[in-house]
Ligand binder design. Sequence first.
Ligand code: PLP
Length: 403
Amino acid sequence: MKLTRASYDKVMIPCYVPMDMLVERAHGCYMWDTEGNRYLDLTSGIAVNCLGHTPKGVVKIIRKQSRELIHVSNIFANIRTVQLATKLVSLTDFERVFFVNSGTEANEAALKLARRAALEEYDESKDEIIAFSHSFHGRTFFSVCVAGQDKYSDGFGPKPGAITHIPFNDLETFKKTINEKTCAVILEPVQGEGGIIPVDPKFIKEVRALCDKFHAYLIFDEVQTGIGRTGTFFCYQHTGVVPDILTTAKGLASGIPIGAVLTKEKIAKHFGPGTHGSTFGGNALACAVGCHVVDIVSKPAFLEKVRDKGAQFEQDLLALGKKYGVFESVRGEGLLLGCVLADKYKGKSAALQKLCFKHKLLVLLAGADVLRLAPPLNIKKQHLKEGLVLLEKALNDFTLQNS
Ligand SMILES: *Cc1c(COP(=O)(O)O)cnc(C)c1O
């Protein structure tokens, strides 16, 4: 039986509406469907494939590691987990690591950890979590209720309590909201799904100071911004503040499922034996690939290239968007960029994405008004240029369609 895109709709629970093709293989920044069409992929599996598709080094590590050890669970300590944790600790301001399999699970663990630490250090009244409008922290029921998008958390019955949502980058509201009962404040240093909105440098410094004043844990969700995406290994490293807990996932093993929670010793101790766990978390295969990715991405020369390519691409995107009057601005950091549609085209990002697809260019959305680009971190300049050529064709069609 020949499988097609239509077969997908017959057998899958209809949570997703994937593009009109069936992907068969991918290499570097190109993807091929079952019909033999080639696409330029600037999505990286949603900021996951940081070294591109099926990179040689990753293939090699998977081969080698899968002959040695794949999985043993956490009733045994395996050497790859320890290696990856050691690398993450040495590259950051943190002392302890907990591994999971996804961004959601990393946030779930971080939020549970903050609640447990506050309970044990203070008392049970210190349980309030402050989060921000348009934030995204994943899809488990706790993480999705903490995130500030009701459309994702409504309709599943009673929600966990003691969660307050306030506008992002709004210092006055934050000052009025944080208090002695605040247990944790969670934010993305660049809001990803919510529209590629970087945190304001002044705001984040004040948030840090107020978290200290009220003994609230500051959690950075770096699931999307981590692992070099914004031009430093973690985004917090150029914000000038250090969170108490950091979560990461997406790019950490360039396509193999993994996530991690990083924190300080004094907080980590509240997750004693039995308080939390994950069967697959710290899986040897995923951690071996993670070690390889971290070794490459953490090199200063690699990160410098991410910043350079990102800055150039941002400029080029803006110039192109202005030429057609379609983008009012381009924002973001490193190779996580959002093209903000001009007023006239608000709400039409999906239509533009479809036209990109028509021209065999794959891009992401960040809401109805923003086209999001997250190319592989090691993408060559010539491929970014090729992306601009294809995008120009799509913009041309888009303006005709909307004239
Ligand atoms: C993708 C994402 C998540 C969820 O990660 P999953 O791996 O899909 O569970 C959480 N937070 C942010 C900021 C993300 O971008």
